[in-house]
Write a protein that binds this ligand. Structure first.
Ligand code: ASP
Length: 336
């Protein structure tokens, strides 16, 4: 009798959702920015392009994880094609500043070591996510900015480009529309209601759990259209836009950066799990749908926890997102 009881107990314990036995070998989650993304404003062709861009990022990261690579390598591999893709607000195709330049921010964190790296306001580094990772791995610092960050990237042998490399006609027009309205209204505007796909913001990011149980997170962005005075958002700020801790989760955010900085969003997901015992989903939902929403902070986040659970909440009409698991399960989403 006692043996039967023990057997049943063991069976029950082995089936709890948080059981490590159920943990997938690897998980990768990506995002390509949150904002006003409505199906009625999207053409089928454009939607197919966005989906292909997200798929390419998932495939690149998955290949790394499948081959037994690290979460860090998978995050970098997934973000690189998004930085190269002019559709997303990172690397090539990033939004314009008030001065019609492109200034890029990125950050990287390893959940295994707790180390982190970030760069902000760079104009000539082709792949900002690589530079952020180099800061983490090859320097004693966490954050480098502007020309100093560029000099560091060059010393590290990263590919450098002219600022004009990042230029796209779409982003120039987007800025022109904002500047025209600003001149009329005599007030500063950061968003573009006429942008057909994402009127507010964009960013790319990835989080991964590898088969060794290690987590990593990375985020890369051009920030917000028409930014000026050296404005920096949450994306390169560890704890705000990016965070990873093997004991809890890995998080990458996208949204109105000022709100994400004030609420230390990425760290808060991890903190709620650690101190309150919240699940990843509950912690992420509370921040995005309660804390940020009450303040008028728009955006979303992607996250994966140490057991392979994922969360992708957003309080905007859409967020470009996708995930893939070692189990074969995968999905790409855009709208609510
Ligand atoms: N968080 C970014 C920023 O504020 C923008 C975004 O994710 O849409 O710079």
């Amino acid at each position: 009798m006692f043996q039967i009881f023990i057997t049943i107990l063991i069976l029950m314990l082995s089936q709890t959702p948080d059981s490590p036995a159920e943990r997938p070998d690897f998980v990768l989650v990506i995002h390509g920015g949150a904002g006003t993304i409505k199906k009625e404003l999207m053409t089928p062709e454009l939607e197919a392009e966005y989906r292909a861009g997200l798929q390419a990022a998932l495939d690149a990261g998955k290949a790394v994880l499948e081959a037994g690579g690290s979460a860090e390598d998978a995050v970098e591999a997934a973000i690189l094609p998004l930085e190269d893709n002019p559709l997303f607000n990172a690397g090539k195709g990033a939004v314009f500043t008030h001065e019609k330049t492109v200034e890029l921010d990125a950050s990287f964190m390893s959940g295994k070591t707790g180390e982190a790296g970030a760069i902000s306001g760079v104009k000539t580094v082709k792949h900002p996510i690589r530079a952020a990772r180099k800061v983490m791995e090859e320097s004693v610092h966490v954050m480098l900015t502007g020309t100093g960050a560029e000099a560091f990237a060059q010393v590290q042998g990263l590919e450098m480009v002219e600022n004009s490399y990042f230029y796209t006609e779409r982003r120039e027009k987007q800025l022109d529309r904002i500047l025209a309205r600003e001149a009329e209204a005599h007030e500063t505007e950061l968003d573009d209601p006429n942008e057909p796909v994402r009127k507010k913001h964009g960013t790319v990011g990835a989080v991964a759990l590898d088969k060794y149980g290690n987590l990593a997170a990375g985020t890369s962005t051009g920030g917000m259209t028409n930014k000026r005075y050296g404005r920096v958002g949450d994306s390169p700020i560890i704890g705000a836009g990016t965070y990873a801790d093997n004991a809890t989760c890995a998080v990458s955010c996208t949204g109105h950066g000022e709100y994400y900085i004030r609420n230390v969003v990425a760290f808060d997901v991890s903190a709620r799990m650690k101190y309150q015992g919240s699940s990843l989903q509950t912690a992420s939902d509370q921040i995005i749908h309660e804390v940020l929403k009450e303040q008028g902070g728009t955006g979303g986040l992607i996250a994966v926890d140490k057991d392979g659970h994922i969360a992708m909440p957003f309080n905007t009409s859409g967020m470009f997102r996708g995930y893939v698991k070692s189990t074969g399960e995968q999905n790409i989403g855009i709208y609510q």
